[in-house]
Design a protein around this ligand. Structure first.
Ligand SMILES: [Zn+2]
Length: 74
């Protein structure tokens, strides 16, 4: 995967939102079905900008968000 991508507008918008928000149209799931015992998180890649997201689905509600794993704007 590309490191330190520049997120497209849709990814920048999704970043930090609650995990109940739905993925935008350019996100494709990574490795769905690989994890059998838990659905603690899902990973997605954006076909437009290459952003990789983790959608956290377990733990404290305040931590169940869309995390952008490879943004480099900071
Ligand atoms: Zn994107």
């Amino acid at each position: 995967m590309e490191l330190w991508i520049q997120p497209c507008a849709q990814c920048a918008d999704l970043y930090g939102q609650s995990a109940i928000a739905t993925p935008h149209d350019d996100l494709t799931p990574n490795g769905v079905g690989l994890v059998k015992d838990t659905r603690a998180e899902e990973h997605y890649t954006c076909v437009r900008c290459g952003a990789v997201f983790a959608r956290i689905l377990a733990g404290a509600p305040t931590r169940q968000i869309w995390m952008l794993l490879n943004a480099g704007q900071h």
